[in-house]
Write a protein that binds this ligand. Sequence first.
Ligand code: PMT
Length: 422
Amino acid sequence: MGSDRFASLKGRAGRVLLAVSGGIAAYKAPELVRALVKGGHNVRCTLTPAAERFVSPLVLSTLCGARVRSALFDSTEEGEIDHIALADWAELVIVAPATAHLLARMAHGLADDLTTTLLLATRAPVLAVPAMNVNMWRHPATQQNLVLLRERGVRFLGPEAGELACGWEGEGRMSEPSAIAAMAGLLLTPPTLAGEVLLVTAGGTREAIDPVRAITNRSSGKMGFAIASEAARRGAQVVLVAGPTSLATPLGVRRVDVESALEMQLAVQRELVSATVVIMTAAVSDFRVAKPADRKIRKEDLPPGAGLSLELVRNPDILKQIGEEKGRRIVVGFAAESHDLVENARKKLVAKKCDIIVANDITREGSGFDVDANAVVFVWPGGGVEELPLLSKLEVAGRLLDHVEKLRDARQGGAPGTKADG
Ligand code: PMT
């Protein structure tokens, strides 16, 4: 997992309590504290008695700038924050690594040491980052504990699959400190889109000519992935229907991979039921090959020097269909234009019954397909337009979601979170 996946996920900085439990992955705790401090967080640490055997309290206290606690009944120094005050102080509690034993104690509400007492006392969100042997992870006891904890709102990151310290291969590795720090920022960000279910499409579609050839376009998926990532950061449930791309799935996003426009249409229809906001950034092919060959077309099988004609048929207009049955959903379309930007975008806004069209001038240098930036114009019903400068796709995503939130608030009289009609 590359750290650039998290580079754009700054989130809000806050008061983070890191509870380290006793597994070999505790050796990553100092790196995690550094990543959290670098992210601007105010960090305090606790160690379970077993964790003290894997990582030195002195290292952690030097990195976070506060005394590291491990005993429930400590000889409290003057001015020392007591354990309940520490539980109240935290805006986020991270348990990393979270061993099978600690998860079991959390699931069953035990409070037999400082860490489990804090976990029972805190009202802050809890992020658990499991690390253990693959068989311990897969054991029904652990899996049932996870179900219990998830039901109670504990968030999980990982474990990742790979080679484990115990010699086994499989899921059980602790997620990287950069990923945990990014997730912390995400969880501390005010959830302005909580209660909303965003359906985002991204990338180009791939229309088969034969088993090896296809018609596609230059869309990389970056614009849609940026929107999905920013929406997740704002607390939305996000499903990302993605055409072929090598981009990594943003944190907290559910991804559905598709290839063709027909597959995208099917996936969108399936997900539309629960969506409250739909954002179509995908560059959907308007045409597909009428009869893709089921075997590779060989030039040797054609008359010498002969060309090849393909019959193309129209693909469904997915956004237009959504517009027809939008109910109270907020529907956003994109328009990639090479001329008459606003005029063409406005035609699409009306034809596809969108609430906003994001028009991009794809002739502009450094903007549009397969680059990290975009220069867009928001076009609204009623004649309004807003032209943005060249911004990173993540910034465009933020500006767009600010408008989605305003629309949502205007429709609901300021009360977020009401589901769309049928
Ligand atoms: O993926 P990137 O490399 O980051 O590039 C981003 C982008 C340039 C692809 C993106 O910003 C963009 O402009 N996406 C829309 C591209 C496009 O195909 O526009 P369009 O004018 O053909 O379609 C208009 C709208 O209808 C779009 O929301 C599209 O998703 C939708 N549509 C189009 C055709 C079709 N058959 N079904 C659709 O739903």
